[in-house]
Design a protein around this ligand. Structure first.
Ligand code: IVH
Length: 658
């Protein structure tokens, strides 16, 4: 009897922990809310009655549990400031002059600006107590359990002191590359850069996932100290056993600061971790207090941001790919080279005109530029090093189906006109499953290509018939019962997507998620769109004549109607499930720009929310922008908004208005 109870408790703990992971991390609920609640209730009752059988990893225990439902908000004892950015020597010098106006002969400490996410740690009596993200600077999120998994974190200091200490959590390049290789293999979306990977890893609800991500951490700031210089605070941190960056320098004047900047601009590629600039701090803490701070930034420190990084590598070849609409894109095949934190092997060359204008030839040494998250670009050939090169002649037949190519309406791009071209088909399928479309997690590019080549998925409807191939898939290398279960669940879940995702997924020319949302919201069901006249469609703001023609052309095509009917029969939702536009004076008819990370909502969710209240989310800040929503680590859009005096909403304000 006792054994039965023990078994049952273990079973429930495993089941509920697994369900939590699926729900919170994989976005893939495996139990209904009712099932979850009643199983949890059963577990709580059993644990209360038989406390000796309660397991350490039970989802009912808060401390030590590997899965928590969400991060607690915590107020920072001292607010966490961000830094204002400068981009060139002149701006660094004018910072020096501003300081010198109030402080005579200031000394500066120069540090590498780690490209990760800011963290605040609390130690009491030499013992680690808690860790929090920056959040909006005043309130962050409690990430204590996850920070505990970072190997560089000492749980006990060498001295019994109380500290509130700030630093950066980041991911080394080698860890980042390995992680992305694994994700590629598993068909998961790749992280754009080590910073995103670090941020994504620290915001895991399961600490064991954070642990497996091998994060690093360095500390660089004590907001409250009795010591007289910043340099001494760094020495204190080191002395008590906290990890600090050894590449820090005390500079006597701005010329020495500029020397440091120049040194690291050249030697940056030798580092094993990403940095995006240099932080310059006034050393004397009494002087820091005199200089004070603005609402957001200290006046005693700035961040010098590196310009986009450029490297030279060889253009080994130019190969063309075929997009889902048949568009032919020439791509540079490059001798692999590291730029701004990632290894670049390919870069788009857009079209034949681009190759011609830049005078790129196969065998050329070329300059590659990449800044932060931006896609790498081929800037120019290094003419001085040109020898043994061959001119590229643009292809005139599809590299996949060999159909003769035609020019697009722009007369610049070439198109494969064959609607049955395998490359077009597979790319359409990949697009259908993508995050912004039907969001079928696990059915990534590589898997879709494999399934297409094996004949498992020939068209969209086959995705929803994949269950019948279960045995065949399990036999393939790398697919176990569990991964096939996950895949089947994601496919099943995608049937309940709101209409706009399906509309985007269908690949109607020119219709992305944003326009799809406009259509879905207006017409509410696919049948209403099918029956909408050209005149009606083109009268919709954001649609216009060309898109209206594309929509009509798509729905006038018998094959497309057949596809939609089959999808209906397979149980795919064809209705809009979101809210109708509600009037809200804070949003309606206003243009919004979002910069930085908002902790409680993704970009897409914020955009959807803005649109659901009659506002518009746009990409760049101009005088026409009404509001800039500023999250953690904002980009240059924030500075531009300040310059143009545009209304700013921080996370708190945004939250209060929604
Ligand atoms: S000092 C009041 N030092 O850069 C001073 N920040 O753009 C607070 N960062 O939020 C920051 N390396 O996340 C400082 N050596 C360093 C840094 C550093 C990276 C980050 C930090 C901060 C952001 C500001």
């Amino acid at each position: 009897m006792d054994n039965d109870i023990k078994e049952r408790i273990k079973y429930l703990v495993d089941l509920l922990n697994k369900a939590n992971i699926e729900y919170y991390i994989n976005d893939n609920p495996t139990l209904t809310d009712n099932e979850f609640d009643s199983l949890l209730d059963e577990l709580i009752k059993l644990e209360n009655k038989y406390p000796k059988y309660k397991l350490d990893n039970s989802p009912t225990s808060k401390v030590g549990t590997s899965v928590i439902s969400e991060f607690q908000k915590v107020e920072h004892p001292t607010p966490m400031f961000s830094l204002s950015d400068v981009f060139n020597e002149e701006e660094v010098r004018s910072f020096g002059k501003r300081v010198e106006k109030e402080i005579s002969n200031p000394e500066f400490v120069c540090e590498l600006k780690m490209d990760g996410l800011a963290v605040s740690l609390i130690y009491k009596n030499g013992k680690f107590v808690s860790a929090a993200t920056r959040g909006d600077g005043r309130v962050g999120e409690d990430i204590t359990n996850n920070v505990k998994t970072i190997k560089m974190l000492p749980l006990t200091l060498k001295e019994d002191i109380d500290l509130e200490v700030r630093g950066e959590i980041y991911m080394e390049y080698s860890v980042f590359e390995k992680l992305n290789e694994e994700r590629e293999r598993d068909g998961l979306q790749l992280f754009q850069n080590p910073r995103n990977a670090a941020a994504g890893s620290i915001r895991q609800l399961d600490s064991s996932i954070t642990k497996s991500r091998n994060l690093s951490m360095l500390l660089y700031h004590l907001p409250n100290t009795n010591l007289s210089t910043h340099y001494e605070t760094l020495e204190l941190l080191k002395r008590v056993g906290l990890p600090t960056n050894p590449n820090t320098k005390l500079c006597k004047n701005i010329d020495e600061v500029l020397e440091y900047i120049n040194y690291w601009s050249i030697h940056r590629p030798e580092l094993e971790y990403p940095i995006d600039g240099i932080v310059i701090k006034v050393n004397d803490i009494a002087s820091q207090r005199i200089l004070g701070s603005t609402a957001k930034y200290p006046r005693w420190a700035i961040a010098y941001k590196f310009p986009a990084e450029e490297v030279v590598t060889r253009l080994d070849d130019i190969v063309c790919t075929v997009g889902r609409t048949g568009q032919i894109t020439p791509n540079a095949v490059l001798e692999p080279v590291k730029v701004a934190g990632s290894t670049i092997r390919r870069a788009t060359l857009h079209n034949a005109k681009y190759i011609e204008e830049k005078d790129l030839r196969i065998g050329d040494f070329v300059v590659i530029r990449k800044a932060g998250d931006v896609i790498p670009e081929v800037v120019r050939p290094v003419i001085e090093r040109r020898e043994n090169v061959t001119s590229y002649i643009m292809i005139d037949r599809c590299p996949i189906c060999e159909t003769r190519l035609v020019y697009s309406a722009s007369k610049i791009d070439l198109i494969c006109p064959n609607v049955n071209c395998p490359a077009r088909n597979v790319n359409s399928l990949i697009h259908f499953a993508e995050r912004d479309a039907m969001n079928i997690d696990g059915l990534g590019e590589k898997m879709m290509e494999d399934f297409y080549n094996m004949g498992f998925i020939k068209d969209i409807t086959d995705i929803y018939k994949l269950k019948s191939r279960r045995e065949e898939i399990i036999e393939l290398e790398g697919y176990g019962n569990k991964s096939v279960d996950n895949l089947e669940n994601s496919i099943e879940n995608s049937k309940n997507n709101s209409l706009e995702r399906l509309l985007n997924g269908l690949g109607i020319s020119g219709i992305g998620l944003k326009t799809a949302r406009v259509l879905a919201r207006k017409y509410e069901s696919i049948d209403n769109i099918i029956n909408a006249s050209l005149e009606e469609l083109e009268s919709i703001k954001d649609i216009g004549h060309i898109l209206a023609l594309n929509i009509r052309e798509y729905f006038d095509n018998e094959n497309n109607l057949k596809l939609i009917n089959e999808l209906k029969e397979l149980g795919i939702n064809m209705n809009y499930l979101g809210q109708k536009v509600i009037q809200d004076e804070n949003f309606t008819n206003k243009k919004f720009v979002i910069t930085g990370t908002i902790s409680f909502m993704s970009r897409d969710e914020i955009k959807a929310l803005i649109e659901s209240r009659g506002g518009e989310a746009i990409d760049s800040v101009s005088k026409k922008t009404n509001v800039v929503i500023v999250g953690e680590n904002p980009g240059s859009k924030y500075d531009k908004a300040l310059k143009l005096n545009i209304e700013i909403w921080d996370e708190e304000k945004f939250k209060s208005l929604i």
